[in-house]
Design a binder for this molecule. Structure first.
Ligand code: ME8
Length: 541
């Protein structure tokens, strides 16, 4: 379709290995896979990177607690994240581990380039540091509180509520302040796109307040589970410069030419991240890249978090949703449908078993599934309807004034423009809106059948022609929406497309328009099976 395309490059965050995967990790990864599938559907080659973030005090402490060497501990937990990606069918092309030699070499090169360009200097640093967040906080971002059990006072981050400690030490600094106005300019001009707009605005606000230079190293005496600073064994790199540089690894940085860079996928088309790490991705990361003369990512998609039955997920409450058990219990399609349909980037989504089941039962099984079975019922003949439509010798019958309401063009144009509406939503990875557009066509198709009552056209040859054309239009709504649904829940649409006889080469974006594929239509042997399997768990409803 297109020649020598730059692969579309999508990334998930790399996950900390200090705890097992949870629902939030699954969500970031499912969003990324959905973005990847969308680009693939549009005919692009794709790259998807994910992986694990393995350095820093937090991980070293977790290893100590587990009575393991840090590397041994990381090997074990990293594997769980890889298994989750495989289990959730996230088709990553690269799984980056920050302890791998490739990654370490890339980070060191990035550091060296930034230093060579004059943006790293040595200084002394005082401030509040939070190990839990691996972040420094300014005085106005911390507060003194008392532990309710022991009544001892301590200082915590106002944002994450995790304890902070006071440090005074020699560090290397990154001249973040040199990039403040440039960043504001790039974000305002939408050259660096940040979605949703609320996050873009909050980043602009943060930048307008000013930026202090960033401490990017630690004394090795304090943090030794980290990558050494090039040419200075007394310091190790701050975990965030280490972590962010992972995105360069799949693209094989450094490059000897712009062509080589593009062929390897750089710059990323979408970084997908959660709201708690927006500062690192929307401010620090683009500044590091600018300092190293590396083109910026095209867009950063920031998602909100999941609560569970209205409560924040936390180990101490014991309400952390295990993504493996979730998929085992409900299977992939209901889980994906729920995560992609019940979330919105701006506000936290709320998980509950009941909501997940209802989404699947009502939207997919009842509305979509029933429409498909209805059309495949014995009384309608899809192959004939398709054949007749493309033979186009019934025009004068279909144009008769008495059929004007049945064959008005409104429904056709709704089907025809569906992919454009979905595309618009997918530009910002608003999957819930994209899915809502699809459900609207499904409802419109159900209504079209109810209104036109094709079963009433029987007997004469003319009636049969009219019935066939009604069926064709309703089936086109199903074909087009099913093509698009593949991006969100691959398995069920693929079965429906098989049952409609849609050729495997004709399941992409270019065919997702009204009348774009004259070759489908089969007599399906499974036509009396419901296309959307019932979940045993639905008994709980
Ligand atoms: O932050 N709902 O790793 P991480 C949705 N290593 N998403 C959630 C969530 C929730 N309840 N809780 C967390 C890190 N997340 C760094 C990233 S990238 C260069 C380095 C999301 O394992 C969170 O917002 O703590 C983040 O995007 C992701 O899970 C990984 O979190």
């Amino acid at each position: 379709m297109k020649k020598l395309l730059k692969p579309k490059y999508i990334t998930t965050p790399i996950y900390y290995v200090n705890a097992a995967p949870h629902l939030g990790h699954l969500y970031s990864s499912v969003l990324a896979e959905t973005a990847r599938k969308w680009y693939e559907f549009q005919g692009y080659p794709t790259m998807l990177s994910t992986g694990t973030d393995e350095h820093g005090t937090k991980v070293a402490q977790a290893a100590q607690l587990a009575k393991m060497q840090p590397k041994e501990y990381c090997d074990k937990t990293s594997q769980q994240f890889r298994e989750l990606a495989d289990f959730a069918r996230v088709k990553y092309t690269d799984f980056i581990r920050t302890t791998s030699p490739d990654h370490i070499q890339t980070v060191s090169r990035l550091w060296q380039k930034i230093a060579d360009n004059g943006y790293i200097y040595k200084g002394s640093h005082k401030g509040w540091y939070c190990i839990g967040d691996e972040a420094y906080y300014a005085e106005h971002e911390v507060e003194e509180v008392a532990d309710p059990k022991t009544n001892t006072k301590f200082v915590q981050s106002k944002i994450s509520k995790k304890p902070v400690e006071w440090y005074e030490e020699d560090n290397y600094f990154f001249k973040l302040s040199a990039f403040r106005t440039k960043l504001i300019d790039l974000i305002e001009k939408n050259e660096l796109k940040i979605y949703p707009e609320t996050v873009q605005q909050s980043i602009l606000r943060e930048l307008s307040l000013g930026t202090e230079d960033l401490s990017v190293s630690r004394p090795v005496s304090r943090v030794d589970w980290a990558i050494p600073v090039p040419n200075d064994p007394s310091q190790t790199m701050y975990v965030w410069i280490d972590a962010l540089a992972n995105y360069l690894v799949p693209a094989r940085y450094p490059w000897s030419s712009a062509e080589e860079m593009t062929a390897n996928g750089w710059p990323p088309d979408m970084h997908i991240i959660g709201k708690d790490i927006q500062r690192f991705h929307c401010i620090y990361w683009p500044a590091f890249l600018l300092a190293a003369n590396i083109p910026l990512p095209k867009s950063i998609i920031v998602h909100s978090h999941w609560t569970v039955d209205g409560v924040k997920m936390s180990k101490s409450i014991g309400n952390v949703v295990d993504p493996f058990l979730l998929i085992q219990r409900f299977t992939r399609p209901p889980v994906n449908l729920f995560l992609l349909g019940d979330s919105n980037l701006e506000n936290d989504g709320d998980y509950s078993d009941e909501k997940l089941l209802l989404r699947y039962e009502i939207q997919l099984r009842r509305k979509y599934g029933n429409l498909v079975s209805r059309l495949q019922s014995k009384s309608f003949n899809i192959p004939n309807a398709v054949k007749q439509h493309f033979s186009s010798n019934q025009e004068d019958i279909l144009l008769k004034p008495e059929y004007a309401s049945v064959f008005s063009n409104g429904f056709i144009s709704e089907i025809d423009t569906l992919r454009d509406r979905v595309e618009e939503s997918m530009e910002m990875l608003n999957t819930a809106k994209a899915l809502r557009e699809i459900w609207l066509i499904i409802s419109a198709s159900n209504k079209y059948i109810d209104d036109c009552a094709p079963w009433a056209f029987k007997g004469s040859e003319e009636s049969q022609i009219v019935q066939n054309e009604i069926i064709f239009r309703a089936v086109e709504a199903v074909r087009v929406s099913t093509l698009l649904l593949q991006v969100f829940i691959p398995e069920i649409p693929s079965n429906v497309l098989d049952s409609l006889g849609v050729h495997p080469d004709r399941r992409s974006f270019e065919y997702a328009a009204y009348g774009a594929d004259p070759t489908y239509g089969t007599l399906d042997v499974r036509k009396h099976q419901h296309p959307v399997p019932r979940l045993q768990e639905a008994d709980l409803l």
